[in-house]
Design a protein around this ligand. Structure first.
Ligand SMILES: Nc1ncnc2c1ncn2[C@@H]1O[C@H](COP(=O)(O)OP(=O)(O)OP(=O)(O)O)[C@@H](O)[C@H]1O
Ligand SMILES: [Mg+2]
Length: 480
């Protein structure tokens, strides 16, 4: 009897020592791997692939959901290796899947594993491995569970927007063409100096678009809206596009046309965008004038029309920026392709005061009358130029204002002509005012505020109704 107790004690101690040894040396992971290998040999397994793209190179939504789900699993920490990223705050550490990483999961008592297959020759795929015996019991509920968890995660990180940029099409036929980084542009509608009424109208236009899903569908139209932001350099077009995305909580796809091989390539890029996104094409006029090679006008027109495919073009806002729309083909600007035109002028005295208030904290100053007089004489600068002078002299408001006055007198002479109602092109010839160009869909600019305000609220005369469908639409949305 005594002997048996001693043997039991020795065995107990031995087991305890082995356990300590396994954990202290990390051999436990090797043991677990062996155990898994033995289990694998004893069971028949089944594999399910979740590729990132379908045959038409459209994004497979399930891939995104599974990917988000796997990144949320605590077992990602037990993988042999995993990626570490900084989170939203600089001291946050976030774990992320590595290419070809293996992750274990467990659902309703059944062990499962996922492999993140990412070899550069083929598209990325997540591969689920589960026991054949468990398939009937768990596959469907497991996928539903993934849906539920990823939807919950999506809700939580609603504000974590991403900025996508397109890569060159070097790796033909391979993976996605977009790479993304967190979208953290600080611009908001509050930080942009712009006439308040104009800003509010753009905001309400965006709001009514967001709510108009059923309205668009009832009309048999794709739920998208296009905006043209045009005006001289440094007037806030790019900042405004960023503010629009933040306002709507949309991701941004910034299309670099110089990296697009041809029309088909542009189309495939569009197909790989996701819903709830702003698709931004900057300096479109410059591209079309200077670089007609890679992408043709009809390629751009198809792109603007959303390739006539509602399945992959819902809930998109397209934003185009241009310095001037004088030299672009009118087909680009017709309603439906561009629904809203927003003019970004050089500074006038009123926007100067807004800048002085936000950059220097000045509501009034003894130099203001002098500045006003210079603006009235036709001098102007871009908000970017004035903003830079104010930032550089922010410790001394008087010095800042003096430097703005000097810059207006030296560099800004004659540049304010557009703000006074007439615009000059580079060759000096007179161009029509922006109000005149209102016939191309809706134009939001200061010069035609009253006219466009009437359009926006459906008070347009019958005569104009054909040309301004976009605003009839906006009016109908407001009332639906
Ligand atoms: N209306 C504005 N209100 C406040 N800041 C502005 C405004 N316009 C420009 N800025 C500031 O000037 C800088 C340049 O602006 P932005 O890049 O948006 O101009 P842009 O019109 O896109 O110019 P470009 O045509 O050269 O691309 C930004 O830092 C922005 O904050
Ligand atoms: Mg810009």
């Amino acid at each position: 009897m005594m002997r048996a107790i001693i043997v039991l004690l020795v065995i107990g101690c031995l087991l305890f020592m082995i356990r300590v040894l396994l954990f202290k040396t990390g051999l436990i992971f090797v043991a677990k791997k062996w155990w898994r290998f033995i289990e694998d040999c004893l069971h028949v397994h089944q594999f399910f692939k979740v590729p990132e793209f379908n045959e038409g190179m459209q994004e497979n939504q399930l891939y995104r959901k599974v990917y988000a789900y796997l990144n949320s699993l605590t077992s990602i920490e037990d993988s042999d290796f995993t990626n570490l990223f900084t989170g939203k705050k600089s001291n946050d550490i976030v774990l992320g899947l590595d290419p070809n990483q293996l992750i274990q999961d467990n659902f309703l008592g059944a062990p499962l594993s996922w492999a993140n297959q990412d070899d550069s020759a083929t598209a990325r795929t997540l591969v689920l491995k589960l026991r054949k015996a468990d398939r009937r019991r768990i596959l469907r509920p497991y996928l539903q569970h993934i849906h539920a968890v990823s939807d919950e995660l999506e809700q939580k990180k609603k504000r974590d927007l991403r900025l996508f940029v397109n890569l060159r099409n070097d790796r033909d036929g391979c993976c996605g063409r977009w790479r993304s980084v967190p979208f953290t542009h600080p611009s908001t509608f509050d930080t942009i100096s712009m006439e308040t009424d104009l800003k509010n109208r753009v905001k309400s236009d965006l709001e009514s678009f967001l709510k108009a899903k059923h309205y668009y569908h009832r009309l048999g139209r794709v739920w998208k809206r296009s905006y043209l932001l045009y005006g001289p350099s440094g007037t806030g077009k790019s900042s405004f596009a960023a503010a629009m995305a933040s306002f709507m909580s949309y991701d941004v796809y910034d299309v670099d046309l110089s990296r697009v091989a041809d029309d088909a390539d542009l189309k495939s890029l569009l197909l790989q965008t996701t819903s709830k996104s702003v698709i931004l094409i900057e300096d479109l006029d410059r591209f079309l004038v200077e670089k007609p090679a890679a992408v043709s006008l009809s390629g751009v027109l198809n792109f603007m029309d959303g390739v006539l495919n509602s399945c992959c073009f819902e809930e998109r806002v397209m934003v185009f920026t241009m310095n001037s729309k004088d030299h672009v083909d009118q087909a680009l600007l017709r309603p439906g392709r561009i629904d809203v035109h927003i003019h970004f002028p050089l500074c006038d005295f009123s926007s100067f005061k807004t800048l002085a208030s936000s950059y220097l904290g000045l509501k009034d100053h003894k130099l203001f009358p002098q500045v006003e007089e210079i603006f009235q004489n036709g001098s102007s600068l871009s908000p970017a130029e004035i903003g830079e002078l104010m930032i550089a002299n922010r410790n001394s408001p008087s010095r800042a204002l003096k430097s703005v006055i000097t810059a207006l007198q030296t560099d800004g002479e004659g540049r304010g002509a557009a703000n006074a109602g007439r615009r000059l092109d580079k060759s000096g010839s007179k161009k029509s005012t922006d109000a005149d160009s209102g016939e191309h869909g809706g134009v939001f600019s200061r010069e035609n505020t009253v006219k466009e305000f009437r359009k926006l609220y459906g008070l347009l005369t019958l005569k104009n109704s054909r040309k301004s469908q976009s605003f009839d639409l906006a009016a109908a949305e407001n009332h639906s």
